[in-house]
Design a protein around this ligand. Structure first.
Ligand code: ADP
Ligand code: MG
Length: 410
């Protein structure tokens, strides 16, 4: 009731229907799913999607995305855990009573029904409307999605993009409170994908439904998500706003999966001495990267005086800079400037990707200036340790110290 009032006050009233679309909070509590052949598709998944939030689940193929979505929709039984909508357990609630609409990668329109009848399908099934009102609602939905001129067509006479717009229209015509998107744009070309993303954003602004969108495409995830949950082999390993996910991955695998090119990693040997922490690249000839001050809440807080440890340093390509030859480079402080050999320069239009060798490691930096180095050049590379991420070399878990409390993530 209060939620409905809140939705009304902020103007999320579904036009035509006269019914506010009150968004739902979706909570998964330790949900596990094992398929009969022994495949663990979901392993104790905990995830809360806030009312009206656009949450993207990003994961490789086979990580369990579709299974998760089908469980939320009520289409798939599961072995353990609970699914709650606004705090209410959904175990006994059948799919058609969950106010959730789902859109798939390959839209399954009814081939024998016209576009109009496809759009009207969910409305007819859920509401007993007078024909004039039904027609008004269908026309309104068609207008929102640019389908007004296609209402009389059969699905067979539509392009892929038009079919997907009809599928979106059919899903939203009855104003669901939850929209579940299963890689809906994966088979479409880039401009069409961008335009359909815009349409989902507009529909969300208008109706404010809770959205869970699953994809393997990081660009899509960044374009759509208020928050992004990373799914790895059935486990949610991090759920954060896009900026935090990119800047502070809680695991090495997240740093690799998110970002193109991915995060660079350098195996380092870290030693705490009297004047601070010295950091060297592990390799044939240990290469001194620089020094860092030791602090109690820093990434090496557990390191005692005289002790050393192995850590992997993660650096994004844009956090590395080429220092000009005339520059006086700091060797002590929070910056480093090792000498590196350029292996390859890749032209990407808006940037150049400079592949360079440091010891036995090849790293990539993003170069936006017009003075790009050439293959075989020696460059000095500068970066700020404060922006780097430190990882345990065995477990891959981020160890950034207490000032960066990202280790819990979810
Ligand atoms: P995604 O959508 O991320 O590609 P899915 O949720 O479809 O992943 O699948 C997760 C895992 O469960 C995969 O290993 C897949 O092979 C397996 N799986 C999915 N559906 C079934 C099924 N009906 N029977 C057995 N295994 C399945
Ligand atoms: Mg899938």
């Amino acid at each position: 009731m209060l939620r409905d009032l809140g939705a009304k006050l902020i103007g999320r009233v579904a036009p035509g229907s006269g019914r506010p679309c009150s968004p739902v909070e979706i909570a998964l509590d330790r949900v596990s799913k094992r398929f009969p052949a022994g495949v663990v598709a979901l392993d104790s998944v905990c995830l809360t999607v806030r009312p009206g939030e656009k949450l993207v689940v990003l994961g490789a193929s086979g990580s369990g995305k579709s299974t998760l979505l089908r469980i939320v929709a009520g289409l798939e039984p599961f072995n353990e855990g609970r699914v709650e909508f606004d705090g209410a357990d959904q175990a006994e609630v059948p799919a058609h009573h969950r106010f959730a609409a789902m859109i798939f990668q390959n839209p399954s329109l009814f081939p024998h029904l016209s576009v109009f009848e496809n759009l009207a399908f969910g409305l007819r099934a859920r509401e007993s409307l007078e024909y004039a009102e039904l027609q008004a609602r269908v026309r309104e939905t068609a207008a929102m999605l640019g389908l007004s001129g296609l209402l009389g067509r059969d699905p067979a006479a539509l392009s892929g993009g038009e079919r997907q717009r009809v599928a979106i229209g059919r899903a939203i015509a009855w104003r669901p409170r939850i929209l579940l998107l299963d890689e809906p744009f994966a088979s479409l070309d880039a401009p069409l994908r961008a335009s359909l993303r815009d349409q989902i954003h507009l529909l969300h602004r208008q109706f404010g439904m809770t959205i869970i969108h699953v994809t393997h495409d990081q660009e899509e995830a960044f374009a759509m998500g208020d928050r992004i949950a990373i799914l790895e082999r059935g486990r949610i390993v991090q759920c954060d706003p896009p900026e935090k996910l990119y800047e502070r991955p809680v695991r090495r695998s997240v740093g690799t999966f998110v970002g193109s090119p991915p995060m660079n990693f350098l195996p380092c040997l870290v030693e705490r001495g009297d004047s601070g922490v010295s950091i060297r690249v592990v390799g044939d000839e240990p290469n001194l990267l620089g020094f860092q001050e030791w602090t109690e809440d820093g990434p090496f807080s557990t390191l005692k005086l005289g002790e050393r440890c192995r850590r992997d340093l993660g650096i994004r390509p844009e956090q590395l800079e080429i220092a000009s030859p005339s520059e006086t480079l700091p060797t002590v402080g929070d910056s480093a400037a090792p000498l590196a050999r350029v292996e390859r320069v890749e032209f990407q239009g808006h940037e150049r990707r400079v592949h360079f060798r440091l010891g036995s490691n090849v790293l990539i930096l993003r170069n936006l200036g017009c003075e790009a180095p050439r293959e075989g050049d020696f460059i000095r590379v500068r970066f700020d340790f404060g922006r780097g991420n430190w990882f345990d070399p065995v477990s891959g878990v981020a160890l950034n110290g207490v000032e960066n409390p990202f280790a819990s993530g979810v």
